[in-house]
Design a protein around this ligand. Structure first.
Ligand code: ADP
Length: 263
């Protein structure tokens, strides 16, 4: 029931600001002796009904998903209480460690994310905004998927493919054209592998969204990152097949990446 997820504000200690996202501030804090990250969600960002529906999804629990511990809805703004991830967002982490990341580590990151995503896939849940910026890194360098179930609080600017905030550079052609989201459009967004092997570089750095769309329509794809072995690049290209059915599942990607890491 809902009650079980309600965090008692008396038990929640708020600390310093550690970031700010699209929905509002993120603070560090503690809750029942656990170090936590508290996302304060601006009220205008979500309706109560939507929130209850989607909070259901965020209750999924897996070691490769950033865990939601509970929600504090008694005061405004609403607070979402999450597992604390010491090493912050994956994009920043990659940029900071640039030049020192081993092949094992790079592959391990992709493996972690594919495992988390395979679990979402198995749970019939579409992330809709998979990208390195939406993954977090734990104290022991484990990568976990975050921000699943958050797209419901995004404004139209982000969700309409016509607008500048829409993540075109991570979006499958069918999402750009018809907003047709699926597990297979999440697989396309495994562009994240490209980000990992480029140590946090932005895909299509100097291109506008319109230019990206043109190049996709012409059948062009992101280039092989210098650090990526051919085997990994092949997997990327598989994720970027025009037809959703021709792309692998996350289950299969996990399996393939695992066999590369054993090799
Ligand atoms: P948004 O996705 O809306 O941009 P984020 O969820 O990325 O916002 O949060 C913004 C920043 O807050 C992140 O880049 C990260 O540095 C920090 N942050 C968010 N969640 C956590 C967490 N669970 N543990 C540690 N830091 C976090």
């Amino acid at each position: 029931s809902q009650g079980q997820w309600e965090v008692d504000p008396e038990e929640l200690i708020l600390g310093q600001e550690i970031g700010s996202g699209q929905f509002g501030l993120v603070l560090e804090g503690s809750w029942r002796d656990l170090k936590v990250a508290v996302k304060m969600v601006r009220e205008e960002c979500m309706s109560d009904e939507e929130f209850k529906e989607e909070a259901r999804i965020m209750r999924l629990s897996h070691s490769k998903l950033v865990q939601l511990y509970g929600v504090c809805t008694q005061h405004s703004p609403i607070c979402l209480v999450f597992e604390y991830m010491e090493n912050g967002c994956l994009t920043d982490y990659l940029r900071e460690k640039k030049g020192s990341l081993s092949q094992d580590l790079l592959l391990g990151m992709c493996l972690d994310v594919s495992e988390g995503m395979a679990y979402l896939e198995m749970s019939n849940f579409i992330h809709r905004d998979l990208a390195a910026r939406n993954c977090l890194v734990s104290k022991n360098n484990e990568v976990k998927v975050s921000d699943f179930g958050m797209t419901f609080v995004l404004d139209d600017q982000y969700t309409s493919s016509q607008c500048s905030k829409f993540p075109v550079k991570w979006s499958a052609p069918e999402v750009i054209r018809y907003c047709k989201f699926s597990t297979k459009s999440d697989v396309w967004s495994f562009v994240l592998m490209w980000e990992v092997y480029n140590e946090g570089r932005l895909p299509y750095e100097n291109r506008t969204n319109a230019e990206v769309v043109d190049s996709l329509n012409a059948g062009l794809r992101l280039l092989k990152p210098r650090l990526a072995p051919d085997s990994v690049h092949l997997l990327m290209e598989w994720c970027w097949k025009e037809k959703p059915d021709d792309r692998p599942t996350f289950g299969l990607l996990f399996h393939e990446l695992a066999s590369l890491s054993d090799a």
